[in-house]
Design a protein around this ligand. Structure first.
Ligand SMILES: [Zn+2]
Ligand SMILES: [Zn+2]
Length: 133
């Protein structure tokens, strides 16, 4: 059990329910490409874009994420800077929020941003509440 693993505790922006379960984030999603609807578990580990799901999510398909508790859409009106798909948003239990791309296979799909170093430092600071200089 590594304590260095950066597991993000995320909550629903609408109802505030904790969506992180162990090292996974439990969401509901509708996949337009395959017309399927079901549970998707995103990795809660910072920068990891792996998912676990029973529904078909082909590479390049776009998901519409919803909260499994209150069923409110988590989608934003913001396009992904990398691929143009719609971004989704979750709150961090420690304060602040994160956005991620809804397209499977896009680098922006990983929780925590595009791997941009400034974004990562900003997110880690928001999570750890440690000053950075
Ligand atoms: Zn909710
Ligand atoms: Zn994207």
């Amino acid at each position: 059990m590594s304590k260095n693993m950066l597991v993000m505790e995320v909550t629903c922006p609408n109802c505030g329910d904790l969506l992180t379960e162990g090292r996974r984030v439990h969401l509901e999603a509708y996949i337009k490409d395959t017309n399927q609807d079901g549970k998707i578990f995103l990795s809660a580990i910072f920068g990891d874009d792996s998912i676990e799901t029973d529904i078909e999510v082909p590479d390049g398909s776009v998901a519409e994420f919803r909260c499994p508790t209150c069923d409110v859409s988590l989608m934003l009106n913001t396009p992904c800077k990398l691929c143009g798909a719609t971004m989704a948003s979750l709150n961090l239990a420690t304060g602040g929020y994160l956005e991620f791309c809804s397209r499977r296979g896009c680098r922006g799909h990983a929780l925590g941003g595009f791997g941009d170093i400034d974004q990562m430092i900003g997110l880690v600071n928001r999570m750890m509440k440690t000053p950075h200089d």
